[in-house]
Design a binder for this molecule. Sequence first.
Ligand SMILES: Nc1ncnc2c1ncn2[C@@H]1O[C@H](COP(=O)(O)OP(=O)(O)OP(=O)(O)O)[C@@H](O)[C@H]1O
Length: 229
Amino acid sequence: MSGGRVRLDGREVLRGVDLVVAPGDLLAVLGPNGAGKSTLVKALLGLLPLASGRTEIFGRAPARFRDWKRVGYVPQRLPAGGGVPATVREVVASGRVARQSRWRPSSAADRAAVERALEAVGLADRGRDSAHLLSGGQQRRVLIARALAGEPEALVMDEPTAGVDAASQSALAATLRDLAAANRTVVLVAHELGPLEPLINRTIVLAHGRVAQETGRGGPALEPTGSAA
Ligand SMILES: Nc1ncnc2c1ncn2[C@@H]1O[C@H](COP(=O)(O)OP(=O)(O)OP(=O)(O)O)[C@@H](O)[C@H]1O
């Protein structure tokens, strides 16, 4: 993103953000309530339009980007079900959709990825439960599993640890360690990093819609190796 500005309800919520996320970055976006963290990650993914500036995903403007299987997004909450109750496994399986086509519906690889993702968040035994009846922290883990199931190169998570118990935070840390070992890219919004802290190799602190502080631009083992995400 360069010079990214976002206006919501006539208020400038992002006020000129420059940010390059490179492969292998495990970037934490920190900052107080209302600083613009969620707005930033949504704008990075093209879920909110920029009032000015420019943003690209793997080198393409979001509107022209098609390769969504490369990107996973964990929103803050499970979207309202639209009256259709979905099981935990169905929600997680929806994370594979960008990898499927009309001609090639769910395969053994899809099912295996869904089971791995459920295991990773400790919900393997809840697959048949209705997602909307789970607790808030469990629903968050469902959303993490949905993004993991897609096996994306870049994972963008909005407060994945909020309301999630200590054991599940440790499980998420283990998952992030695996993703880091595979040189995947992670951008996560957090208030408390907790057990994720040792894994994070870059942080930005937002304040009033701007990057107020930045630390740890790429260690030697994590130099950018390809196109920016
Ligand atoms: N749809 C919207 N319409 C108008 N203003 C909005 C909208 N969404 C967010 N805002 C405002 O934009 C500002 C930034 O919100 P954002 O959700 O990005 O903050 P945040 O840093 O993620 O906060 P938190 O830590 O509380 O999650 C806030 O002042 C918020 O009130």
